[in-house]
Design a protein around this ligand. Structure first.
Ligand SMILES: NC(=O)C1=CN([C@@H]2O[C@H](COP(=O)(O)OP(=O)(O)OC[C@H]3O[C@@H](n4cnc5c(N)ncnc54)[C@H](OP(=O)(O)O)[C@@H]3O)[C@@H](O)[C@H]2O)C=CC1
Ligand SMILES: O=C(CO)COP(=O)(O)O
Length: 342
């Protein structure tokens, strides 16, 4: 069955997902906000800013016009930075009304909205009236665009409170190298996806500072403990954090040179300034904004997140990384698992 899909966001992940959906036989419009990049995709079949070596399927069409992207659309896939989701969601509502479409809304972005601390599906629920959408599905898991570009075997989670919609999205995306599992725990999947970016910044920083494998394993494991703690406080199922969008995504983002968050952390660990790191990346580093949201959320909910707090201090209070590490190590001894909280 061919489905019409609008992919919003012509960056690295949006381009790769749009290309995969074309390969899977669907009719895809890739919406971008930069006319030059959109023209390059349509004319050269490349997107060199985001994916220097990738050859795009010539059947993939890109547009800067939401009227084209949303015409007769069945699925709208958001793949733009988290902080831009609300504005773009509000922008598409009048177009969807004019086009008389009621698509399934899917998000592949990962983060928490600054200020409101909301998950992306919550932002979409608020910005797109229920009468204009046919459910919301969250797509998440260990999946770097650079690896999917090579057709590396990749597994993801399609999370939704509506199992039928999650199964439909699963079917649309699956192929020989791309496998999806459904999960009803939207809160857990989104919290795991957002918070692993913060821990990946820390893992990169440890690498930049020259720490070894023991230290990186310690950070990721204790990072997962605090991701789970906040997630469970928000209503997540603890089991989700040992799944693809929890430990799975933490492994891929916390160990890979493809990760924008890991690379940003690595540069910070080597002594570069945050503003320079972000300016040089040329791609979104979600963990920076999400760290602030997570730090504030943890304070509001009285959830102990010492690693997130240390990373927040480095990013927002100009604290020295080694001083923060020393503080983390000198805290009083703790139980590994607080069984009262599980
Ligand atoms: N890259 C990856 O491997 C993966 C990324 N993700 C998630 O997907 C999301 C997108 O990431 P990624 O593709 O890497 O990001 P990129 O930085 O590669 O691309 C971001 C895209 O969003 C566009 N954009 C930025 N701001 C706006 C805006 N205000 N309105 C409309 N479009 C905008 C950019 O346009 P322009 O070029 O004009 O600036 C660009 O096309 C993030 O949440 C990320 O965490 C999830 C899994 C894998
Ligand atoms: O979410 C991702 C991989 O699953 C992408 O992470 P980065 O944004 O750190 O590249």
């Amino acid at each position: 069955m061919t489905v019409k899909i609008a992919v919003l966001g012509a960056g690295s992940w949006g381009t790769i997902l749009a290309n995969l959906l074309v390969e899977n036989g669907h009719q895809v419009e890739l919406w971008g906000n930069d006319p030059k990049k959109v023209a390059e995709i349509n004319e050269q079949h490349t997107n060199t800013h985001y994916l220097p070596d990738f050859k795009i399927d010539p059947q993939l069409h890109a547009t800067i016009d939401l009227n084209v992207a949303l015409d007769q659309v069945d699925v709208v896939l958001f793949v733009i930075p988290t902080q831009a989701i609300r504005a773009v969601a509000e922008q598409i509502v009048p177009v969807m009304i004019a086009k008389k479409v009621k698509p399934v809304i899917v998000t592949a972005s990962k983060g928490l909205e600054q200020g409101t601390h909301k998950r992306i599906s919550e932002v979409l629920t608020e910005a797109i009236p229920e009468t204009n959408r046919n459910g919301i599905v969250v797509l998440s898991g260990p999946s770097h665009a650079e690896d999917v570009a090579q057709k590396d075997i990749t597994t993801l989670t399609a999370a939704s409170s509506d199992l039928i919609q999650a199964q439909w999205i699963q079917e649309i995306f699956m192929n020989d190298y791309f496998r999806l599992y459904t999960n009803p725990d939207v809160v857990g999947v989104e919290m795991g996806a957002a918070l692993k970016n913060v821990i990946a910044l820390g893992a990169g920083a440890l690498n930049g500072l020259g720490y070894g494998d023991n230290t990186k394993a310690a950070l990721m494991t204790r990072g997962l403990a605090e991701i789970s703690r906040l997630g469970v406080a928000m209503g997540a199922n603890p089991l989700t954090f040992i799944g693809l969008s929890g430990v799975g995504d933490l492994i891929v983002t916390g160990t890979s040179v493809h990760s924008r968050n890991w690379r940003a952390g690595n540069a910070l660990g080597k002594g570069q300034k945050l503003a320079d790191v972000l300016a040089n990346m040329g791609m979104v580093v979600e963990g920076v904004a999400t760290c602030k949201a997570a730090y504030e959320l943890a304070q509001q909910r009285s959830v102990d997140m010492p690693i997130t707090r240390a990373i927040y201090n480095v990013l927002y209070e100009d604290c020295d990384i080694k001083t923060e590490i020393a503080y983390l190590m000198r805290r009083s001894g703790k139980p590994e698992i607080d069984f009262d909280e599980v």
